[in-house]
Design a protein around this ligand. Structure first.
Ligand code: M6R
Length: 607
């Protein structure tokens, strides 16, 4: 994790760097720092905590310059202290770097370097900067290239040296770096959001590449110092999309974005006439598709709950046995994967290290590997042999909301595409498409209930435990609701399939342990209802998500959130929204930092 921003051009660098760090704060916010080149001297400021602490410090400083690097940290090696905050100087004080990633062999490198270099922090980054210095002979790029040949691990790094005051050098292995180009000005960052206000033209650095920017020119090399030609790409997202647009938090804005971005996800990908979907990025012939015997969906966290919903879609519509694997488990269980297996890697950031490792393992074993990813040009998007962007736009709150919805949408479309090829009729496909087209309006009607859901949150804000229940396709929804609550309000929340309660967890229930249950009118409605009655008999408080017009719900629950009905396969697209809103208001009422919850980062680029 960690976020990197750098700038080289004609403008004052500091405001660009601070604004850029704010955009990347989702990648970690344990500490932040900035270093600027000022008249052949490098000045640095660092601060523990969020970017606002660093910004406050810069107000009393006379930091200036048109070239600089900055960093927001999610601690891996070394505690959360100012000494461990980036940028890190080499012992001479002439070389400075920011780094995202982990240097796995830093202990042995430190042992070798410790006679000549002094270490002030506990970080692997300070070892890296001194390693670069040990290779420095008047050419920063060459020193970086030589040093990196000795490194095991991952890095995205940017370096500057006071003997070469018009130069930035950046390198990537495993941690993303994007370079934004605006004529003779350049931006470097962990993703494109810090540069959207200035340019849409970018290049994505690949693993093993090094870029040197100096005097308005950029050149790219590999670690053997051979020149590499890069393509300039155009980013579609604009700066405004990355702003809060009047909402108190990014999370609330992103919850409200859902009807619009859902439309973006399905636009141009459905064909009502044929009752099918077409996702061009699948890159498979009809014969290859027919030959698929197994689908594996790999993902982490919220994306894995979206994957669990995808499993229902693939099995019901296409009749293809589908498994969901948490990415961090996948490659360590020696998965049975072959050329009749289709693996989808599902990820908002496209940078999740566990998911990326699983992608590589599945590719190595010969599977078809495709990505379902939000961030354009991200590593998973580039390392898979096809797939689809989910078009959710920038998601900046750590708690994922709109990306989840669009992952579900895209997997439903893939399932429809396979289903139409293998077994379902055009009429069945058309019914599904009709229901999909009704989803945005139904989402809007749920969003209109935000105030009522807030009132429910007010009633429960002192509860310290929650049980989320759902059956069938609503079980992953329960998991997602409980994850949202725990990650932003720090309330203990469990999720179970409602039918499992009687096998143990029901013992937990008491009037202080409320239940949040999903009881929409699908094939498991009656069964779920009986399970809620069992819960109710234990004097537990119950909040229910039920379909409009379901009078039984009122008898079973203390609070009911009524939502419009839809086809069972599409229920998660609606049923999850009240759970997101509830978790949001609980966190606000408890005065938690909704967008930047403790101990978390948006993009988890360590295994
Ligand atoms: O970027 P990814 O979708 O790969 O991230 C996966 C998880 O880290 C992510 O969904 C995480 O669980 C979120 N904080 C959930 O809100």
């Amino acid at each position: 994790m960690c976020g990197i921003v750098a700038y080289i051009g004609n403008k004052p660098a500091l405001p660009i760097l601070i604004k850029g760090l704010r955009r990347l704060e989702y990648r970690g916010y344990d500490s932040a720092g900035v270093a600027l080149m000022c008249d052949r001297k490098i000045e640095r400021l660092r601060s523990v905590g969020k970017i606002e602490n660093l910004e406050e410090k810069t107000k009393d400083s006379c930091l200036s310059g048109n070239i600089g690097i900055a960093h927001t940290r999610w601690a891996t090696h070394g505690g959360v202290t100012e000494e461990n905050a980036h940028p890190h100087f080499s012992t001479s004080g002439k070389l400075v770097i920011v780094h995202n990633g982990i240097i796995e062999n830093y202990r042995e490198l430190r042992e070798k370097l410790k006679e000549k270099f002094e270490f002030k922090s506990e970080t692997d980054t300070e070892v890296l900067v001194n390693l670069i210095e040990s290779h420095y002979d008047g050419d920063l790029r060459l020193a970086v290239e030589k040093a990196l040949l000795h490194v095991r691990g991952t890095y995205g790094l940017v370096a500057m040296h006071s003997d070469e005051p018009d130069k930035l050098v950046a390198a990537r292995l495993g941690s993303p770096l994007v370079v934004g180009i605006d004529e003779d000005e350049f931006y470097i960052a962990s993703d494109a959001t810090p540069m959207l206000a200035y340019t849409k033209k970018v290049i994505f650095l690949e693993d093993g590449e090094v870029v040197e920017i100096s005097n308005g020119k950029m050149e790219t090399f590999n670690l053997k110092d051979e020149s590499v030609t890069k393509c300039v790409e155009e980013i579609e997202w604009d700066d405004e999309q990355a702003e809060k647009q009047g909402y108190d938090h990014f999370m609330l804005k992103e919850i409200y974005d859902q009807p619009t971005v859902f439309e973006d996800a399905i636009r141009g990908r459905i064909n009502m006439g044929d009752g099918t979907a077409h996702l061009g990025g699948l890159n498979m012939t009809d014969d290859e598709m027919r030959g698929i015997e197994r689908i594996i969906l790999i993902a982490c966290g919220t994306a894995s709950y979206a994957a669990m919903i995808g499993k229902y879609a693939f099995e019901r519509l296409a009749g293809i046995p589908t498994e969901v694997d948490v990415a961090s488990e996948f490659r360590y269980r020696d998965p049975i994967v072959n050329d009749k297996t289709l693996v989808f890697a599902i990820s908002q950031s496209g940078e999740t290290a566990d998911t990326l490792a699983a992608v590589r393992e599945a590719k190595r074993k010969g599977a078809f590997v495709r990505g379902v990813v939000n961030v354009v040009g991200s590593t998973i998007a580039r390392e898979t042999d096809g797939g689809s962007y989910i078009h959710a736009g920038p998601e900046l709150a750590v708690a994922s909301t709109k990306a989840y919805t669009n992952m579900v949408a895209i997997m439903t479309l893939y399932a429809l595409q396979f289903g139409r090829l293998k077994r379902i009729t055009p009429a069945t496909g058309q019914r599904l498409i009709k229901a999909l087209l009704e989803i945005p309006e139904k989402m809007n009607s749920i969003l209109k209930q935000t105030d009522e859901i807030k009132k429910i949150a007010e009633k429960y804000k002192d509860s310290r435990d929650f049980m989320y229940l759902g059956r069938g396709i609503n079980f992953p929804v329960a998991l997602e609701g409980s994850l949202k609550l725990k990650e932003i309000s720090y309330i203990h929340a469990e999720a179970y399939p409602a039918g499992e309660m009687k096998h143990g967890p029901i013992a937990l229930l008491s009037p202080e342990f409320p239940v949040f249950a999903l009881m929409t009118k699908n094939q498991l409605y009656e069964k779920t209802r009986s399970n809620i009655e069992e819960v109710r008999a234990r004097d537990t408080k119950v909040i229910l998500i039920a379909n409009e017009g379901d009078e039984n719900a009122k008898e079973l629950a203390d609070d009911v959130i009524y939502i419009p009905p839809t086809m069972e396969l599409l229920e998660p697209l609606l049923n999850t929204i009240p759970l997101q809103i509830f978790a949001y208001h609980m966190a606000v009422l408890l005065e938690k930092d909704v967008d930047r919850p403790r101990n978390l980062a948006k993009s988890v680029t360590v295994e």
